[in-house]
Design a protein around this ligand. Sequence first.
Ligand code: 8YV
Length: 322
Amino acid sequence: MSSVAPKILVTRRMPEAVNKKLKSHFTVSLNETDKLFTSSELRKALEEADGILCSVTEKFSRTILDLSKRKTQIISNFGVGLDHIDLNFAKSSNIVVTNTPDVLTDATADLTILLILSSTRKAYSWEKKLRSGLWSGFSPVEDLGVSLRGKTLGVIGMGRIGKAVARRAHQGFGMKVVYFNRSYIGSIDFPARPAQSIGHVIREADVISIHLPGDKSNHGLINKEKISLMRAHAHLINTSRGEVIDQEALVDALSSGRIAGAGLDVFQNEPHVPQSLTSLKNVTLLPHIGSATQEARDAMGFLAVDNLIAHFGQKQYPSRVV
Ligand code: 8YV
């Protein structure tokens, strides 16, 4: 590394241990107030910092990145999904982009299981009843959920997180697993059956879990037609990106009782969540907290810093994407 420490601008408030590591390697500009950057502040950051450590809340579109006086050489993303960064433009402008895979897999898979259980056991509607004083006591038959044992989990996108969810569902809850992955994946060390298409998975599954990247090509992939293939008692779970599902079509299916339930941690146009969703009892809604454990967030931050250290020290990147 050169004698003058490179300047790293951090767009969001980070875990303390991550700040400490950053400060021991770089000249750091932190965002202690955690106020979101405006587009012009992002442009200014690109003109002033050698590297930027950002999160999903900063949209690095072509319009933002396309600057004649850009100083930034690397965008180190705190998170695995990179749909908020124009990767093609970054590549053509020689901006390195890195992310933080693996370290959030367990946390996100755990949260997916939480949503599967919440949806199939009607946890939200029961809790709502209890909190609003409407619980009249134990009933042998009221509002029963369903067991997962022997049911089929359909995984769409069998990457790291998809596999971790499938493993938990099979080994922990006795579910059968069917999956669709665009590219061929090698052997999996637990029983899981590949299906010919997304439609085949949807038709067969009792619970469907989406684990696709939020690239433009996947926007609206789970549309009205695909949702219409779901079994009436089935549940749709999404911890990937909201844009992958046609949210309006999902609201229609849930509100008409066409499907049994859903569990969502991600939404179109976050942080906006429409009242048409929040008013429904048969959907569990969480605010994009898939990776929100102290352990995962520390590890994500450390990996993001390691990518910066590698870049400025001209070493091999732990996880470079562009
Ligand atoms: C992150 C995520 O917390 O890694 C991802 O892609 O969706 C989240 O778990 C978020 O992206 C932070 O930038």
